[in-house]
Design a protein around this ligand. Structure first.
Ligand SMILES: C[S@@+](CC[C@H](N)C(=O)[O-])C[C@H]1O[C@@H](n2cnc3c(N)ncnc32)[C@H](O)[C@@H]1O
Length: 392
């Protein structure tokens, strides 16, 4: 592909990403993979270059741009050599019209920028950064030393005893240690959320929003595959990915339960007042993961955020009913917004006597109300709010 053809390809991808952000469609990574599946002529170098152009344009634009072309013209303001690609050549973009507008640079849509003002600048500008690749060692199958030895240049992560940070991105899915269940890909922040549960062998743990089971698998490893983990979710497709992952990890103590939205408490009636620990890894805005999904800034609306906050409050009610007296509830969101984190939990504590904040078993993060906030700049993790509450 010529440089101009690469720019045009990035523009076409950006058009799709913008439409998907508006219409709640597929993630940018998925759209890029689909785009190249239909264009086999593009070689690995072309794909990488186009992907980098598209992501650079996404990271740069705070507000959702009007078009892929506007986003790319915006990027050309920072990378002037790109202007030469707007040359009207066969596969390149048409020349620039004097009246054409470039997408402005920014952190995020203004309504979100206003809600991030409590954060230091590097965490506000999250979408500009890149996330590291972290592995979690599955204690049921391997130990940290063996994994460190298998990945040259890797290092143990701070705070999380089973974490390994890789020196560079590698194709994990094909690695023997991944295939045999010795490691899982898991951001250090997610590992710390699982650690906050202080799960030990023999416990009954409920993972109320288990999804594809990233944290449930970490709990099974911490519990030495002894006890019982109930992994619940309302999303059939996500939850269906848990069992094969558990099989690979050798975790036999995880049961899954598909919940009907609105009928969660009924389905979980048999577990009322009996769990040693309930993890609520709640659905959220994902503002803490903008390094990985920078286009997520364009998806969120104030209405969607309100709905998420209401759902989180409801899940806290449902989850708290399952905890036995003397047990714990861990609440986490991969969000840096106070409304989803410290304010959400302050509201819960105001509504419920008999619950108190409990210390977290790690020193990472900074104090945020009854919990702690993990951030990329402070902790090298995705952004997370995590809190541990004790039931009297
Ligand atoms: C942040 S994700 C969980 C990620 C997962 N714990 C992991 O570690 O991979 C939040 C999950 O909450 C689920 N969810 C949404 N509404 C729910 C509900 N009413 N009850 C239970 N789970 C729900 C979503 O389907 C999603 O999988």
């Amino acid at each position: 592909m010529t440089p101009a053809a690469r720019v045009q390809a990035a523009i076409e991808i950006l058009d799709q990403v913008i439409a998907a952000a508006r219409d709640n469609g597929a993630a940018a990574d998925t759209l890029i993979a689909r785009y190249f599946r239909d264009r086999r002529y593009a070689g690995a170098k072309d794909r990488r270059a186009v992907r980098e152009l598209a992501y650079a344009a996404i990271r740069r634009a705070g507000e959702r741009p009007d078009s892929g072309r506007a986003a790319m013209l915006g990027l050309a303001e920072e990378q002037p050599e790109l202007r030469a690609s707007f040359d009207g050549s066969a596969h390149g973009p048409p020349p620039v019209d004097a009246a054409e507008k470039a997408a402005p640079a920014g952190i995020a849509p203004q309504w979100l920028v206003d809600r991030l003002s409590h954060l230091p600048v590097p965490d506000r500008t999250l979408a500009a950064g890149r996330a590291a690749l972290d592995l979690r060692v599955n204690r049921l199958k391997a130990d940290q030393d063996a994994v460190l030895a298998a990945y040259p240049g890797s290092a143990p992560t701070a705070h999380a005893p089973d974490g390994v940070r890789l020196a560079e991105a590698v194709a994990i899915d094909a690695h023997p240690l991944f295939l045999d269940g010795s490691v899982e890909v898991q951001d250090l922040g997610s590992q710390l959320v699982a650690l906050a549960c202080e799960a030990t062998p023999g416990m009954l743990a409920v993972d109320l929003c288990a999804g594809a089971g990233g944290k449930a698998l970490a709990l099974a490893s911490a519990m030495a595959n002894q006890g019982r983990i109930l992994g619940c979710d309302t999303d059939r497709s996500r939850l269906s990915r848990l069992s094969p992952r558990a099989a690979r990890a050798g975790a036999t103590i995880i049961e899954t339960m598909l919940l009907d939205p609105g009928k969660e408490a009924e389905a979980l009636a048999a577990t009322k007042d009996s769990a040693d620990v309930v993890l609520i890894d709640a659905p959220c805005s994902g503002t803490g993961t903008w390094r990985r999904n920078p286009e997520a800034r364009w998806r969120l609306t104030p209405e969607r955020l309100e709905r998420l906050i209401a759902l989180q409050a409801r899940l806290l009610e449902i989850g708290s009913e399952l905890v036995r007296p003397g047990g714990h509830m861990v609440y986490a969101v991969c969000s840096l917004l106070r409304e989803e984190g410290e304010m959400q939990l302050a509201d819960f504590l105001n509504r419920h006597q008999g619950w108190t904040p409990a210390p977290l078993p790690f020193a990472a993060g900074t104090a945020a109300g009854p919990g702690r906030l993990l951030t990329p700049s402070n902790d090298g993790t995705d952004g997370f709010f995590v809190a541990r509450l004790a039931r009297a």
